[in-house]
Design a protein around this ligand. Structure first.
Ligand SMILES: *[C@@H]1O[C@H](CO)[C@@H](O)[C@H](O)[C@H]1NC(C)=O
Ligand SMILES: *[C@@H]1O[C@H](CO)[C@@H](O)[C@H](O)[C@H]1NC(C)=O
Ligand SMILES: *[C@@H]1O[C@H](CO)[C@@H](O)[C@H](O)[C@H]1NC(C)=O
Ligand SMILES: *[C@@H]1O[C@H](CO)[C@@H](O)[C@H](O)[C@H]1NC(C)=O
Ligand SMILES: *[C@@H]1O[C@H](CO)[C@@H](O)[C@H](O)[C@H]1NC(C)=O
Ligand SMILES: *[C@@H]1O[C@H](CO)[C@@H](O)[C@H](O)[C@H]1NC(C)=O
Ligand SMILES: *[C@@H]1O[C@H](CO)[C@@H](O)[C@H](O)[C@H]1NC(C)=O
Ligand SMILES: *[C@@H]1O[C@H](CO)[C@@H](O)[C@H](O)[C@H]1NC(C)=O
Ligand SMILES: *[C@@H]1O[C@H](CO)[C@@H](O)[C@H](O)[C@H]1NC(C)=O
Ligand SMILES: [Cu+2]
Length: 630
């Protein structure tokens, strides 16, 4: 589809980059009728009446001025995040351009406009941009963001940008609501109805004999990781998340949500007389159930001539042999930070709280939006900005000193895979354990026994001398990862799982990096304040919006209370959830004394089933006559 956007380009003279340009975009987000996979119509969120939204291509050092107007719907809020960009605050007011709602900006309400104005100073490679308000980007508000490098360390004749994503037929807010409901007590993630290959299916990549192509793969989906293999062509990995790596040749890559992998592919020297299959395969180990009508892989084509037959599906065995990120090395040989100044350990758990909903936790905290954005609190609290207490007790706030080396240990007391992403930085991956347990039905109370947390006295892997450095890494089921980064970008940076279902379940923390320096560099802009004002959000105050007493958190939104007493008994929840999943939903209703009758809930169940794309067995249950007699 040809995208017609208002795109004004002006030439600026700049001392640092003689040829630096400013790219101006004027986007109004709104619903667009589409049929991405060719099976069913779905309203997608596009810009200026067009969907897919355009890929953005800039050169190193350029400036971007992007006006985003929310034209989606009266009740829908939005924002944009530029995934992987550092927004280095040494270049001015950059933190407020990062995007996550209630972290570094207020939600943009319907009719409001926010200007994202930033430079891409020292970064090159493959990034993407997406809405950062709940699971909104899943409805198509996402595009590639490529920073071209005049001094690329490899050669090719053409680059092809390819987004891999997943498709849900229901609007994202309905899927979210069904997922975060007490009728889904096991927290079964919504199962997509399909995947997409660059926002469509049955795609063709044109190859000419003798040429080399750079394929920039971006997983811009909400949930599933994806594998890519190309029949009788190798792929040489040269970039991950904007970091050049030593070339590593493979026939199978694995891309988790948020991640990018660029590969060089050499076309056959002579016309092979046929086309080849490009296989796109879901990581179905992430799905709690596999609906019978879900197509787990799609065959696209690498075409030497469109007149040749569509290639046959090939059997890609040995998925476990996909190139492993842990063994990649940065091309510039940057070295491991040999020790850390501060270490934080996050234990990931999934648990039900008293409202019956399954939440995701770092330690015992599930992230809940504060009343004012954390950036506002940091910039209006003076010397108190270094005291984590003012940010509230429900966002996992951690304050770091200038330039300290931070080590993050994440232990996964959960059977899910979690691609963790940090804003404002890349991190070094210094330990990555394998998966230890992938059985989704393993009793929750026994998770602790199955999990292998990081033991600093006995690391599982040798510490790499030149660890892979990227902005999103995959944490394996019941395993652990250890990450290091240098706190050299004063700002407020979100750390969260990029399975967006887990993010809406609260799997997030906020890093407050050298807030005193941030206060010298960053001032809340008039546009920032105006967007907050329109949303009825204060432009000063602690997490609860208080300025009289910065430690008064009265009125702060907090996570729901724990499960009622009877439910906390060891084994009870496990018994309910795993053995009698069907009845659990019924117990939930009666034990919480809720007024709905089972009959009234039939409608809820039906909508839930449809939104989550699961059958009766997978979620709590559809009420039956016998259940009614309970
Ligand atoms: C963006 O487009 C809208 C609608 O066409 C227009 O009203 C507005 O002035 C434009 N803004 C800029 C900064 O060009
Ligand atoms: C892809 O091919 C299938 C048949 O294999 C077809 O039903 C579907 O509409 C096609 N999708 C698109 C986007 O062309
Ligand atoms: C974007 O930021 C730069 C640097 O602060 C500034 O010179 C420019 O005027 C800003 N652009 C707009 C449209 O406000
Ligand atoms: C993928 O889609 C984007 C946006 O629609 C487009 O600019 C790009 O060329 C597409 N990539 C390929 C390989 O066709
Ligand atoms: C792919 O790489 C492997 C290992 O280097 C090599 O054996 C194989 O011949 C290559 N295949 C193609 C199609 O180039
Ligand atoms: C390439 O990756 C494999 C594992 O996927 C690893 O064993 C090997 O050391 C890597 N080679 C280079 C040169 O990075
Ligand atoms: C989390 O809660 C459990 C049980 O309530 C407790 O044993 C544990 O110490 C808590 N962990 C943290 C990090 O607060
Ligand atoms: C960690 O490793 C050390 C050294 O092997 C061992 O003595 C210790 O028991 C381990 N700790 C745990 C909790 O397993
Ligand atoms: C931000 O820029 C400063 C100054 O150039 C540099 O020292 C620092 O490493 C940069 N931070 C990041 C995250 O790139
Ligand atoms: Cu996750």
């Amino acid at each position: 589809m040809l995208f017609v956007a208002v795109w004004l380009t002006t030439i600026l003279s700049s001392a640092a980059f003689a040829n630096a340009r400013t790219h101006t975009f004027n986007f109004t987000a709104g619903w667009v009728n589409a049929n991405p996979d060719g099976f069913k119509d779905k309203r997608m969120i596009g810009f200026n009446g067009e969907w897919p939204v355009p890929d953005i291509h800039v050169n190193k050092g350029d400036r971007v001025e992007l006006y985003l107007t929310n034209g989606i719907d009266k009740d829908i809020e939005t924002s944009l995040h530029f995934h992987g960009l550092f927004h280095n605050t040494s270049y001015g007011n950059q933190n407020q351009m990062d995007g996550p709602v209630m972290v570094t900006q207020c939600p943009i309400l319907y009719g409001e406009t926010y200007l994202y104005n930033f430079t891409v100073d020292d970064q090159v490679g493959t990034y993407w941009y997406h809405a950062h308000a709940g699971a909104q980007y899943g409805d198509g508000m996402r595009g590639a963001f490529v920073i071209h490098d005049p001094d690329e360390p490899f050669e090719y004749s053409k680059d092809l940008v390819i987004q891999l994503s997943d498709l849900y037929r229901q609007p994202y807010y309905d899927v979210s609501d069904a997922f975060l409901s007490r009728y889904n007590p096991t927290g079964a993630e919504p199962i997509p109805q399909n995947v997409l290959f660059n926002n469509t299916l049955n795609a063709t990549l044109d190859f000419k004999p003798g040429e080399t192509y750079l394929l920039r793969f971006i997983n811009s989906g909400l949930f599933v990781s994806q594998y890519i293999a190309i029949e009788s062509h190798n792929m040489t990995i040269v970039e991950v998340d904007g970091v050049y790596v030593k070339p590593n040749t493979t026939d199978l890559i694995y891309v988790a949500t948020g991640q990018r992998i660029s590969v060089l592919v050499k076309a056959k020297e002579n016309n092979p007389g046929r086309n080849f299959a490009l296989m796109q395969i879901m990581d179905d180990s992430m799905l709690d159930v596999i609906p019978p009508d879900l197509q787990l892989q799609w065959t696209h084509q690498v075409a030497y001539d469109k007149g040749y037959d569509w290639p046959k599906t090939i059997d890609v065995g040995g998925l476990e042999n996909a190139a492993e990120e842990f063994y990649l090395q940065p091309l510039d040989n940057r070295e491991l930070y040999d020790d850390y100044d501060v270490q934080i350990t996050f234990d990931v758990r999934m648990k039900n709280l008293g409202d019956g909903v399954k939440y995701a936790f770092f330690n015992n905290i599930t992230y809940v939006d504060p009343k004012v954005p954390t950036l506002t609190t940091a910039l209006t609290s003076g010397k108190l900005a270094k005291d984590p207490r003012i940010y509230g007790d429900n966002i996992n706030a951690y304050v770091f000193e200038k330039d300290e080396i931070v080590e993050i240990v994440v232990n996964n007391y959960d059977t899910g895979k979690h691609p963790f992403h940090l804003h404002g930085h890349n991190f070094q991956l210094v330990q990555k354990s394998p998966a230890f347990h992938e059985d989704e039905n393993f009793p929750e109370e026994d998770q602790d026994k199955m999990t292998v947390p990081y033991n600093e006295s006995a690391p599982l892997m040798n510490f790499p001398s030149h660890p892979v450095t990227r902005d999103t890494i995959l944490l394996e089921p019941n395993g652990h990862v250890v990450l290091r980064f240098k706190a050299n970008n004063p700002g407020i940076w979100y750390f969260h799982c990029h399975v967006d279902w887990h993010l809406v379940q609260g799997l997030a923390a906020v890093f407050i990096e050298d807030p005193e320096t941030l206060q010298e560099r960053e001032k809340l802009g008039s546009n920032y304040k105006q967007v907050c004002k329109a949303a009825g959000i204060k432009n000063e105050g602690n997490a609860a919006g208080h300025t009289d007493d910065w430690f008064n958190l009265e009125g702060l939104p907090r996570q729901p209370a724990p499960l009622p007493w009877g439910f906390t008994a060891k084994g009870y929840v496990a018994f309910m959830v795993c053995t009698l999943a069907a009845l659990w939903g019924i117990y939930t209703i009666s034990d919480y004394g809720l007024s709905e009758t089972i009959q009234n809930d039939q409608e809820v169940y039906n909508r839930l089933k449809e939104a989550l794309n699961v059958d009766d067995a997978a979620i709590s249950s559809v009420p039956t006559d016998s259940a009614n007699n309970q």
